[in-house]
Design a protein around this ligand. Structure first.
Ligand code: C2G
Length: 189
């Protein structure tokens, strides 16, 4: 059954909780006070909980020409908590990073918001915003691919939250996709 997709702030939590609850709802009775007509009985509890006891994950990136390496990172990052925030590099910040993305920020944001693992997309505008991001969104863990392992910009976050580096997916990158498309070769496995 296709789960309803909620993307507004906080209801992403409800969606993940529903996913999890729906998976084991088969052998559980409804919560005592769930109204018989309530189509999705656990939305209220998840929304009421707001952030209490939920683990919030934050990751950063350009996410241009979204590919399976990105998706595998986002899936694994989402598995480390209950709510995944992606700080997406703006076009202006990409210039600072020496990158020019194929898709603009609004398009890259739209594509990320369509990924089931992502609950919230915020702009990444500077290198220096990370500590305030962690504090503002009460982040428990920052996750990055292993190409960022031990980078001081992420190691500096350890006094504020956990920092986890996940293995990067070999054999795929936005650069490779762009050159394969230019060269016309077939890619992907
Ligand atoms: N990634 C991955 N496997 C790939 C390609 C990317 O796991 N084959 C991960 C990267 O390690 C990163 C995320 O996917 O964690 C996004 O990758 P990019 O869009 O290339 O992001 P990047 O340019 O590294 O920007 O402040 C940090 C920067 O914004 C990160």
């Amino acid at each position: 059954m296709r789960m309803p997709v909620y993307k507004s702030h906080g209801v992403g939590i409800a969606r993940r909780r529903i996913d999890r609850n729906m998976q084991d709802m088969t052998h559980q009775t409804q919560p005592a006070d769930a109204a018989a007509t309530d189509p999705v009985p656990n939305v209220r509890f998840a929304a009421d909980e707001e952030y209490h006891g939920l683990r919030r994950v934050l990751t950063y990136g350009t996410y241009d020409l979204l590919h399976y390496g990105h998706i595998r990172l986002l899936r694994r990052a989402a598995e480390l908590g209950d709510y995944l925030i992606v700080a997406l590099s703006t076009d202006e910040f990409n210039k600072l990073k020496g990158k020019t993305s194929f898709y603009s920020y609004p398009v890259r944001r739209e594509m990320l918001e369509g990924v089931r693992y992502v609950d919230l997309v915020i702009p990444e505008e500077t290198w220096e915003q990370k500590i305030s991001d962690v504090q503002k969104y009460q982040v428990d863990v920052v996750v990055m691919g292993s190409d960022w392992k031990d980078d001081p910009r992420f190691e500096a976050l350890r006094p504020y939250c956990d920092v986890v580096y996940l293995d990067r997916t070999d054999g795929i990158s936005t650069t490779e996709v762009r050159s394969a498309l230019n060269g016309g070769s077939v890619h992907g496995r």
